[in-house]
Write a protein that binds this ligand. Sequence first.
Ligand SMILES: [Ca+2]
Length: 64
Amino acid sequence: MCLDAADAPDDGLIDLSDAVAVVLHLFGGRGPLPEPFTACGADPTADGLDCAAFTPCEEQYTVS
Ligand SMILES: [Ca+2]
């Protein structure tokens, strides 16, 4: 499970604001989501969320 991947605005919480951020990005003309948006990689922001594995990136990037 990769909770970091669900934290769209990178605020360290999983809540409705994540869905709103994605909708605004896709349909509201908002700029890109926080890094590592569009790429595989670690979340550069320290927070309480973890990313043990993210299937689309498993062969490209592994968190140890
Ligand atoms: Ca969030």
